[in-house]
Design a protein around this ligand. Sequence first.
Ligand SMILES: C[S@@+](CC[C@H](N)C(=O)[O-])C[C@H]1O[C@@H](n2cnc3c(N)ncnc32)[C@H](O)[C@@H]1O
Length: 452
Amino acid sequence: MGKKYRVGCKGLDESGKGKVIFNNKPFAVPYFLPGEKGEIELVFQAKETTARLISLDETSRSADRVETGCGTYEACGGCQLLHMRYEAQLAWKQKLVEELFPEEKQQGVIAPVIAMEQPWNYRHKVYCSFANGKKKELLAGIYEENSHRIVKIENCRIQHPLANEIIAAITAIMKKKGIPAYNEDRNQGVLRHVYIRVGEKTGQVMVVLVTGTREFKEKNLFVEELRRRFPQITTIIHNINSVKTSMVLGKKETVLYGPGTIEDELCGLRFEISSQSFYQINPVQTEKLYETAVEFAGLTGKETVLDAYCGIGTISMVTAKKAKEVIGVELNETACMDARKNAKKNNCQNVRFVAADAGNYMAALAKEKGAQKPEVVFMDPPRSGSDARFLQSMVQMAPKKIVYISCNPVTQKMDIDVLKKKGYRVEKMQAVDCFCHTHHVETVVLLSRKAD
Ligand SMILES: C[S@@+](CC[C@H](N)C(=O)[O-])C[C@H]1O[C@@H](n2cnc3c(N)ncnc32)[C@H](O)[C@@H]1O
């Protein structure tokens, strides 16, 4: 039990939580909006103090506050902005980006965030975890933030509806047949997670059943039942994940039904996707993101382009039509294999893919005498951003343009600061709302060399 205080919300922090000052100390209160007043509870713990909004003074209710339409949004924690009008979410994301990049805001190079027309049910990649309750009842949902407690999720408003239905069906099958969830501590039980991917344009569906051990005697039952109930499912995979980890998928898998991959279309091209490969979760907004990135690059058809952190080669292939040649670099070998297959599928003959660490690849290319150096670099690193080796080697090769795509503007800003010190300037910047109702935002930045 914590202590209760009456406070007012001063603004939102970078994770969308309400900013509160109490006894001259700042606290972050989830689901509290600027200008609102209310009672909060502070729980003082050794490492950190957590804050929770207990009640809101109705007279101070923000005009941006809306009904969430979700019974579990606080416990789930996945949609940090669901209680805010969508337009207010967009304004906050725009402000977040502008505050991170004040120089660029002053220069007027930051365009208004691209909204999603129908910002619901956009997540085409969905997970559900399973656990056994105290009375051995089956629990299905997602892990509560920073804990191992399962929050039951039903009809999630941002997940693809078919994924919601498949998860409900798998849970019902487990309950009906008495199939237990996997117990990590005892290394016993069966299903640990289910992972679903839906192709937006093709309608193809992948279901990955993740067990904690090799043994999966119920696999035929799941395949029969799922195929009978959902003819849309085109492939089913058994994945084994016996490691104590927050990662959903393990390394070993067996295809139980179908080709083991699904296909989807983006920007008029067709892509094969393996379970282990990265693919953007919001295909509708991804098309806008890629179109922006390609437009920023302003390709003439004569350039050698490098697509670093290329995943299954989506950006490489979208740009290939407009460049002389494209080299994609990707660490994950499965994704790189998908990329090669995708190049064939789309008849892209001017694209090749290298399975390597992007920093190592860049360092080697920078040193190689006589090698064609890229004139344009697209880079789309993971949330943690790029690394010094990659940035230094890229600067050494002096590409005319760098198009930096990121799902984390904080690390993007750190990398861009390095590039600015090395003679690059930001020409354009565009945020795209790929993660509606959450505090995440995707950004595309065009950098060019000052001397050019
Ligand atoms: C944000 S995803 C972008 C993928 C792709 N550009 C897209 O839009 O689908 C980042 C990718 O970088 C890859 N990656 C992570 N670390 C890497 C590294 N050190 N070198 C190369 N690729 C890496 C991941 O496997 C992932 O496919």
